[in-house]
Design a protein around this ligand. Structure first.
Ligand SMILES: [Zn+2]
Ligand SMILES: [Zn+2]
Length: 125
């Protein structure tokens, strides 16, 4: 492993170039750009890909949030198997609600979950 870390430290421009050239967002399929990099991973223990391939399992940060919202329970009246604190797996939708999900966060996740699979968040400013 040492030499891989070493290589990554020694040649960051190549790493960046490769990422920009080859890496596509696993959600929307679009490229990584400077303003909107594809650099969010949902996997903690990702296998290293070959250098000529784009890195799999990477997302734009927006797309990552949309994907997470699609995977989360956003029911009005969830049936959660946690200990009554408003989290756990929902028997209603089969998805998971994270511990400490606030009403504000839930409202935002509902907005993101309304975006179709593979879609991007509408630009807001
Ligand atoms: Zn994306
Ligand atoms: Zn639910």
């Amino acid at each position: 492993m040492w030499h891989i870390h070493h290589w990554r430290i020694q040649v960051p421009p190549l790493q960046e170039f490769r990422r920009r050239l080859l890496t596509r967002c696993a959600w929307c399929g679009e490229r990584s750009t400077k303003a909107d990099p594809v650099n969010v991973s949902h996997q903690y223990d990702r296998k290293r890909s070959h250098w000529w391939q784009g890195e799999p399992g990477l997302f734009h940060s927006d797309c990552s949030a949309i994907k997470a919202a699609h995977a989360a329970c956003i029911c009005d009246q969830p049936i959660l198997d946690g200990d009554g604190d408003g989290y756990g797996h929902c028997a209603h939708c089969g998805r998971y609600r994270a511990y400490g999900t606030t009403p504000e966060r839930l409202a935002r996740m509902r907005e993101l979950a309304a975006i179709p699979t593979g879609g991007r968040r509408p630009a807001t400013d």
